[in-house]
Design a binder for this molecule. Structure first.
Ligand SMILES: [Zn+2]
Length: 258
């Protein structure tokens, strides 16, 4: 995603950065320029994805007891009703995140929530038609916009067991620690940094100075971001409601005040 990395060790709430590096004015500007370039590119990509999901949701109708997105659905059971409400909330939250994104993980979460809305909508359709619902893909933890992780679904679980049998060293253990797409997994196995989704955070680099640096999104303190613990909304169902209540804006404001 980025040509270079600008971060200092793992950030945890209340913990100072492990290595002190104070960027020059020019280096700080380069960080901000790289971030802006990444933001523009991601915004175009995610906007297209959210629009495409919206087109599918608008065009599709629920097969039994449906009658369009706004109609009551007497034929559906309680689970269908909950799932359908979640689909609509997740899609609405995706649009809100796209409009109000403060950082790259907000944009990634917009894409993740829109795509999860589509997957759940497809599952709802399948259930109504009496067919087995497709299993949602497991996302790459390092960058939830990547291809699906290798460890999702029964065939991959078998691969995982095979990997476990031939596991020999710390790199293999590191590669198995989190769901990873084939490319991130390959990087970890080669001892390289996977292509991680970055976030721009304030880091105190001296007593008087705070710089803004790019760090892996999952190392951002939770009080600054909804997305560090949820792989940008990939796990858990609570995120659409939190976004619709404006929680992402509240946490971004807390980061700005730091
Ligand atoms: Zn990946």
């Amino acid at each position: 995603m980025l040509r270079r990395w600008w971060f200092m060790g793992a950030l945890r709430p209340g913990m100072p950065a492990q290595r002190r590096w104070e960027p020059s004015k020019e280096e700080q500007q380069r960080v901000l320029d790289e971030w802006e370039t990444a933001r523009e590119r991601l915004e175009r990509l995610v906007s297209a994805r959210v629009t495409a999901v919206g087109d599918v949701l608008r065009a599709a109708e629920l097969p039994v007891g449906g009658g369009g997105p706004d109609a009551p659905r007497p034929g559906g059971d309680a689970r269908d009703g909950r799932d359908y409400a979640w689909v609509l909330d997740a899609f609405q939250a995706a649009g809100k995140l796209l409009d109000e994104a403060a950082d790259l993980p907000d944009l990634a979460a917009a894409a993740v929530l829109a795509e999860r809305a589509l997957v759940r909508f497809a599952a709802l359709h399948a259930r109504r038609a009496g067919q087995p619902a497709p299993r949602p893909p497991e996302r790459c933890y390092y960058n939830p916009l990547h291809a699906a992780a290798e460890s999702g679904g029964p065939p991959a679980r078998k691969q995982h067991r095979q990997r476990a049998r031939r596991r020999t060293g710390p790199r293999e253990a590191a590669a198995d620690r989190r769901p990873a797409c084939p490319s991130c997994r390959k990087a970890i196995l080669a001892g390289q940094q996977p292509d991680v989704l970055p976030a721009l955070v304030p880091v105190k680099v001296s007593r008087l100075r705070t710089a803004r640096l790019l760090v892996p999104y999952y190392s951002v303190p939770q009080q600054w971001s909804l997305w560090s613990v949820s792989a940008c909304g990939a796990y858990g169902d609570e995120w659409p409601a939190l976004v619709l209540r404006g929680e992402h804006r509240r946490r971004a404001a807390a980061a700005r005040k730091a």
